[in-house]
Ligand binder design. Structure first.
Ligand SMILES: Cc1cc2nc3c(=O)[nH]c(=O)nc-3n(C[C@H](O)[C@H](O)[C@H](O)COP(=O)(O)OP(=O)(O)OC[C@H]3O[C@@H](n4cnc5c(N)ncnc54)[C@H](O)[C@@H]3O)c2cc1C
Length: 380
């Protein structure tokens, strides 16, 4: 049996950050063949590593404030600069490395980690059981048993549930978040992108670009809606899309009326094409059985329906797509102390997505991974 002061399970963003900052003899255990793999996929391969406008409102719980007051986005940027990673911000405050490559972030994190002689890394290794033993933990993989005086769970969302169950730790069920949504068929709309759409469902309302798929919708605003739905445990319902946020209903009605009067021999699809992507125009007209109607035959009622379908285009949400960016759920912050140590299970620390903290799109989730990993690492 090998003995360590600290064992970290999971070498993703939070586990690596934790390992970079521990001072004790530490074992970092990673299930896959390479550490930090997910970082490479972040921000479409560019790694949106934080956001200038870090705000508690971007997360599912205000309790994150206490942790960001220990290590926030500015401290993260400084930390990365010290590693040689320099960044720029886009208009929304999203920070990316100047290289626009997530490889840079992972390469330089690993360079620093490899230089630490108190941290041993094992890959292709997945604990089968974790048990409490003499105030510490026995971690058993297929080939080895390790003893760790302190244990850090940094397995990301969902994958850590087996250990939480083995250690009898309460957690909120994991649900996919920041993910596209499945919908009923969007006839003829696969691949159509519409910008400046106001997406509304219950208390959620946000403007952004959406991408229609054959039976789903995607885009950052939809990812953010998925976070709202996941947190509120909603799995079906109607989503309202305002496809022309720039124009009020009355004004749109007048503009349509004018276009119809000016072009009575047009088909209605030609009229609507002046306002919308042609595929959307066709889709709406087919729904209203007006696809073969001439402008001059458009009644007042038809016009009211057209305006309604543009300003309140309803999509039926039927579930979550695969490939979520994060999970909502996990160990509640109220069960963890200021150092993210479990209040009931001494010497057990949780960080990253395994904690019930999830943010909207824009670098907020990696920021939580960096902050939580740093806080835990600093105290071990
Ligand atoms: C495609 C994609 C794009 C994203 N883009 C962004 C972005 O641009 N900005 C942003 O802020 N967030 C982004 N995210 C979210 C962000 O990547 C996560 O919030 C963050 O990686 C969470 O860090 P973590 O350390 O908690 O978990 P992870 O990064 O998931 O790391 C967990 C690690 O633990 C390992 N592991 C799991 N189970 C075990 C086990 N049983 N034993 C040993 N090891 C185990 C995993 O292999 C993994 O290496 C994106 C996510 C995805 C999927």
């Amino acid at each position: 049996m090998e003995n360590y002061e600290v064992i970290i399970i999971g070498a993703g963003a939070s586990g690596i950050m934790c390992a970079l900052n521990v001072k004790s003899k530490t074992l970092l255990v990673e299930a896959s063949d390479r550490i930090g793999k997910k970082i490479l996929a972040t921000g479409n391969g560019k790694c949106n590593l934080t956001n200038n406008q870090l705000s508690v409102a971007s997360y599912n719980t205000p309790l994150v404030e206490k942790y960001f007051s220990q290590f926030n986005q500015n401290q993260t940027l400084k930390y990365f600069e010290n590693l040689g990673i320099f960044t720029y911000a886009d208009q929304s405050g999203r920070r990316y490395p100047f290289s626009n490559s997530a490889n840079t972030v992972l390469d330089l994190l690993l360079k620093k980690l490899n230089a630490k002689d108190n941290v041993k890394v094992v890959v292709n290794s997945m604990p089968m059981t974790i048990k409490r033993f003499n105030d510490g933990f026995l971690v058993t993989t297929k080939t080895q048993t390790y003893f760790g005086h302190k244990l850090v769970l940094a397995t990301g969302g969902n994958s850590g549930t087996q250990y939480l169950n083995q250690l009898k730790i309460a957690y909120q069920p994991f649900r996919p978040s920041l993910v596209g949504l499945r919908t009923t068929k969007n006839k003829g709309l696969a691949g159509v992108r519409v910008s400046n759409v106001k997406v509304t469902m219950n208390q959620f309302s946000e403007v952004g670009e959406i991408l229609f798929k054959e039976d789903g919708i995607s885009g950052i605003v939809i990812f953010n809606l998925s976070a709202y739905l996941a947190r509120n445990q909603i799995s079906t319902g109607k989503i309202s899309l305002d496809l022309l946020t720039e124009i009020e209903r009355e004004q749109l009605f007048t503009m349509l009326q004018t276009s119809i009067q000016n072009n009575p021999q047009y088909l209605l699809v030609d009229i609507l094409e002046g306002f919308l992507h042609k595929s959307l125009a066709k889709n709406i007209l087919e729904k209203l059985s007006l696809d073969k109607t001439l402008a001059e035959d458009c009644t007042l009622n038809n016009m009211i329906n057209l305006v309604e379908n543009i300003k309140n285009y309803v999509v039926t949400f039927t579930g979550y797509a695969d490939n979520q960016q994060v999970h909502t759920g996990g160990v509640d912050l109220k069960d963890l102390d200021d150092n993210l140590q479990h209040k009931q299970v001494k010497n057990l620390y949780c960080c990253g997505e395994l904690v019930n903290v999830d943010g909207v799109c824009g670098g907020y989730n990696l920021q939580w991974a960096w902050s939580s990993g740093k806080i835990v690492g600093d105290c071990l």
